[in-house]
Design a protein around this ligand. Sequence first.
Ligand SMILES: C=C(O[C@@H]1C=C(C(=O)O)C=C[C@H]1O)C(=O)O
Length: 379
Amino acid sequence: MNQPSIYIHKLIDNLTRSTVNFALYRQPWTDMPILVLQESGNTQIIDSLTDLNGQRGFLLAPFRRTEQHPIVLIRPTHVEHDWEAISETLTRLVQDRTDLIPTQTELPFSKTASFITQKASDKEWENYRQAFERFIAPLQQKQFQKLVLSRRTFLELPDGFSPLTSFINACNNYPRMMISLCHTPETGTWLGSTPEIILSGHGTQWHTVSLAGTMPMQGDIIPTDWSDKNIREQAFVSDYIRRTIKQFGNKITEKGPYPARAGQLVHLKTDFNFILKDASQVGNILYELHPTPAVCGLPKNETYEFINENEGYDRRYYAGIIGWLDPEEDTSLYVNLRCMNIEGKRSTLYAGGGILSSSTLESEWEETRQKLNTMLSIL
Ligand SMILES: C=C(O[C@@H]1C=C(C(=O)O)C=C[C@H]1O)C(=O)O
């Protein structure tokens, strides 16, 4: 991806410390940054995903809605494609917002991860180990079929850390993923690189995927020796998605499962295409889909409760929904994975994985470590 001028680069970094609401994102297999900007006023706070019916804007929905972490819709005053149009709009924006004008004009820092201290501690491992014990018990007792256990890790960012540099690195490293840098006062700043669509389409033509099961790339080779556990955990997600979209769609076609690369990882993926009976009901289908068993579990309601009570922390916007909503023109909503929350000098990275009764602690921990690397390696 080409770069904006240093001035615009610094300006976008300044926006992540401001009260301006914006999302900068790049769709898979494109080279075009898109800026959704709400110049003034508050974002729209949404009470339930069903209230998204008929709405348009950039959505950031948490895994679990709370007062501190609401469902937020950025109401765009501008949607700009490519750096030139983005630069014009931002230059105009700061004409009345002198506080946002960059004061320095030297190149932004591009410090690498070696400058960053990661406080990955024995405590993180111990928390995960204890949570794994709590999660594996109901699976072995056959109370649940699948549970997704996640964890977070903290990083201290160096002086002069540039969110936009990391965004551009992610765009360059991960052509298959949706890359986003999103900031609102309600949600804080989120940078992510997700491989998983939750719902995309427009008019009557819609698409979703079932994505689960994880293996590392073998050099440049996509692995094919998928374990029973991986195949089963992805099949659970497919079953759930198939059942859900049957309520809302016709003419459902299915392709997969096939291995799909996501950075240095590979997942099993099934594509679902369907005709949505009523595009004004997009909120209803999102309400039913979220959270899919790719990030939650089966049965859905019971495992959702279980995770919220037993995981030991709040996922906030990780494993929630992120992306552009416009049912009339074009919707591309993703599950917010491989992401981090930037809060001043501190950042929090998140990753999880599906657990079945046959799962082992060490290999699940290792899988989350590899998923965390997606973000770590672009910092
Ligand atoms: C939960 C995450 O990823 C999800 C879980 C996967 C798995 O359990 O194998 C694979 C892809 C995603 O659907 C994550 O990246 O944090």
